[in-house]
Design a binder for this molecule. Structure first.
Ligand code: DC
Length: 227
């Protein structure tokens, strides 16, 4: 039986994570949150005092990436993420760990070390793979490829709402500057830069709500998976 793969790529804040989880639940497919793998690797290297020394310990860091002890424990309400048996579900979502992730994500041998690990998520009946290079590097054979984007301004507004909801006092201009800097880094890096695959469906969610995006996606996916 062939494993049906749906890739969802795009910049941070486009709503990818929410939609990928919704699609996985809808199709009863497995879910790969590849950003979480980069976050976990960044956190692990930081804990071992290696984050600032990656270049001089490349082989050792790649070995750590290959053998990272990670568990995704899924319950009906949430997915708990364990690193070396420790619950790091919240920790890996912080801006700080996002910075660690962005650093390791720019290093080719570490991306290569995570390649097989990501491919291993492709199990029957199917997989929704969320990331930056799912369609262009990891699963180029996927029958359904979606690139979800939104303007930097609308992504900043969503992030401000989310952070304010958590009781944090944030300024839109700071958030916008962060988003623009991260986009630039993700799109301009030499290895696996963020860009849509030639055959991807591009959706701009700036003016759409989650349900509208979800409907556009399922229409496209149903058509692609029926081929
Ligand atoms: O999607 P996220 O914010 O959890 O991603 C964290 C970092 O990892 C971000 O800097 C982009 C990078 N990343 C990547 O390079 N390739 C992926 N497939 C997923 C994430």
């Amino acid at each position: 039986m062939t494993v049906k793969i749906i890739t969802i790529d795009g910049p941070s804040g486009s709503g990818k994570g929410t939609l990928a989880a919704k699609l996985a639940a809808h199709y009863q497919f497995h879910l790969l949150d590849s950003g979480a793998l980069y976050r976990l690797l960044g956190l692990s290297l930081h804990k071992q005092g290696l984050l600032e020394e990656i270049d001089s310990h490349l082989d050792h860091c790649a070995e750590i990436a290959t053998n990272l002890d990670i568990q995704f424990v899924t319950t009906p309400n949430e997915t708990q993420i364990l690193l070396d048996g420790e619950d790091v579900t919240q920790t890996i979502r912080t801006e700080r760990v996002g910075e660690f992730a962005s650093k390791v994500a720019a290093i080719p041998v570490l991306r290569t070390a995570l390649f097989e690990r990501q491919r291993a998520f492709a199990q029957a009946p199917g997989l929704v793979a969320d990331g930056r290079d799912m369609a262009t590097s990891i699963f180029p054979e996927a029958p359904a490829k979606i690139y979800l984007t939104a303007s930097a301004q609308s992504r900043a507004e969503r992030r401000v709402k989310q952070l304010q909801g958590m009781g944090l006092d944030v300024k839109i201009n700071d958030i916008l500057a962060n988003i623009e800097a991260r986009d630039k880094r993700d799109m301009e890096r030499e290895v696996a830069p963020l860009r849509p695959a030639a055959d991807a469906l591009i959706i701009d969610s700036s003016e759409l709500n989650i349900d509208e995006v979800f409907n556009l996606m399922t229409q496209y996916i149903d058509k692609q998976l029926a081929k």
